[in-house]
Design a protein around this ligand. Structure first.
Ligand SMILES: [Zn+2]
Length: 259
């Protein structure tokens, strides 16, 4: 069940994602019919989330941020051809995040494709208070250290006590924040100036965190939480008037000085 109050802006301003959607997959049909009502059910169904509408319906509070816009130039017979390579992060600020990439001739459509891909590439992370200095047993950090890799980059995130914030590189910050992690230490090796690889290494660490099999007894003893708790750490976004929702994304921050 979706709790009351979540996705308020959506309900009032955005077209109902259910309205114009004909599911193509078994999981899609189960979400459409109301047999599956939470993201965790869908994620653990074993059916695979292959339609972004599933995420739009089950996680209406999902937000996104462009991590990198990279201009790719290619010479052809008819002259120069430009393409944009986009990397975005999506997340509910509460245990679920995804990373997506796309290339296209225009920035706007490429961003939207990247967002849809990120929604099909979600992980449900385990959070906890793995910090000995803290011991608050609230899910504000990681339960233990994890390392992610991409290319030459290795990034390790370690549990930090409350109040430390995200003491990690600028590229890794939104990746952790969108997953709902408030406090962490970060350590990197390799060529961290490559924004795309750095963000993918950070996401790889979250993926490892989602794949860990922790016995239920340890989960409850150490007060670890898998997936959403019902409280997002992301600031609420202003509702976007109908008609502009999928259009202008002007107010968004763009990172990575690739231009
Ligand atoms: Zn703590």
């Amino acid at each position: 069940m979706r709790s009351e109050g979540q996705g308020e802006g959506n309900r009032d301003n955005a077209p109902d994602p259910m309205a114009s959607w004909t599911p193509r997959t078994e999981l899609g049909r189960k979400v459409r019919s109301g047999e599956i009502t939470t993201f965790s059910q869908a994620y653990h169904s074993g059916l695979g989330i292959k339609e972004s509408q599933i995420v739009d319906i089950l996680l209406p509070e999902m937000q996104d941020e462009v991590l990198d816009v990279n201009m790719v130039q290619r010479m052809t017979d008819s002259g120069r051809r430009l393409k944009f390579a986009i990397t975005v992060v999506v997340g509910n600020g509460d245990g679920v995040a995804g990373l997506g990439r796309s290339k296209g001739k225009e920035v706007g459509p490429a961003i939207r494709t990247a967002i849809d891909r990120a929604k099909l590439n979600l992980v449900e992370v385990i959070r906890g208070c793995g910090s000995w200095e803290c011991g608050c047993y609230r899910p504000h950090s990681l339960p233990f250290a994890v390392t992610g890799k991409c290319g030459s980059i290795r990034v390790t995130f370690k549990p930090a006590p409350q109040g430390v914030g995200l003491a990690v590189g600028d590229v890794a910050k939104p990746v952790l924040r969108f997953a709902g992690i408030k406090d962490a230490w970060g350590f990197t090796e390799g060529h961290t100036k490559t924004t795309v690889n750095y963000s993918m290494a950070a996401f790889d660490a979250l993926q490892k965190l989602s794949l860990l099999k922790v016995p239920p007894a340890d989960m409850s003893r150490l007060k670890m939480i898998r997936g959403p708790t019902g409280t997002s750490i992301l600031p609420k976004v202003e509702p976007v008037p109908e008609g502009q929702r999928r259009g202008g994304r002007d107010g968004r921050r763009r990172r990575g000085g690739s231009f």
